[in-house]
Design a protein around this ligand. Structure first.
Ligand code: FES
Length: 247
């Protein structure tokens, strides 16, 4: 049986977007190392509710690293210290007994804090909406082999398509740039035949909406690539810039 852990959590508490926030300290003893970090927050929330206190608000959905709903800073690192891991896939065994964990929401002007560890990421939705639709007459289901896609193009597009839109790239960037997110979305469609209509227009629209939402410029710090839980390469940002000015 694994040795239980004692951890101290310093957690950002903020009741409303316009309210001041601060760190609350909670010490939890007897935690199983096999608990995920979110499950440790569940344990803490049950205790807070039992005491009649407000539970900690944090985003989550699948808890399997696939939906992109979760995300906050653990000791200043987006999604915590493990490489290519969402915070929902972070387990307490990855921390030391007695360690202090500071949990804070994403810090970016375009992601205003809603409550505690939850931020408003609807700016990402508006960026995608700015791309509009693909002018492809889908008709009935096409014959699978009628639209040829090379293996290289399919694999490369799939790499970009693994972006889950969690916002870790923005939270890690000193400029709070959304360049890796936007580049991944453009590179997903832009490498496939179905994405060729409006390809240049889409590249311009998404990048202009990114600027309107208040995200900063890419400064080639590459923190986004290091923080991305899906390991998406920052090379796509160079690709995105060429897309914008090529056509
Ligand atoms: S809750 Fe879905 S990726 Fe973390």
């Amino acid at each position: 049986m694994p040795t239980p852990l004692t951890l101290t959590f310093k957690i950002w508490r903020q009741i409303r977007p316009d309210a001041p926030g601060g760190l609350d300290t909670h010490r939890l003893e007897g935690l199983s190392p096999d608990l995920s970090l979110l499950e440790a927050l569940d344990v803490l929330n049950e205790r807070l509710i039992a005491r009649g206190e407000r539970p900690i608000t944090f985003d989550h959905d699948c808890r399997e690293g696939i939906c992109g709903a979760c995300g906050f800073l653990v000791n200043g690192q987006a999604h915590g210290p493990a490489a290519e891991t969402t915070v929902c896939q972070l387990y307490l065994r990855q921390f030391r007994d007695g360690q202090v964990l500071v949990l804070e929401p994403w810090r970016a002007r375009a992601f205003p804090v809603q409550q505690d560890l939850m931020v408003d990421r609807s700016a990402f939705d508006r960026i995608l909406q700015a791309g509009g639709y693909c002018s492809v007459n889908t008709g009935s289901a096409p014959e699978a082999n009628s639209l040829l896609v090379s293996r290289e193009a399919a694999a490369s597009a799939f790499d970009a398509a693994t972006c889950i839109g969690c916002g870790a790239c923005v939270a890690s960037c000193p400029n709070a740039s959304a360049s890796l997110f936007v580049a991944a979305k453009l590179a997903h469609l832009g490498q496939l035949p179905q994405g060729q209509p409006e390809r240049r227009q889409r590249a311009n629209a998404l990048q202009e909406q990114m600027a309107r939402e208040g995200f900063g410029h890419c400064g080639n710090h590459l923190e986004c690539e290091a923080a991305c839980p899906k390991g998406i390469s920052a090379d796509w940002i160079s690709w995105m810039r060429r897309e914008r000015w090529a056509g």
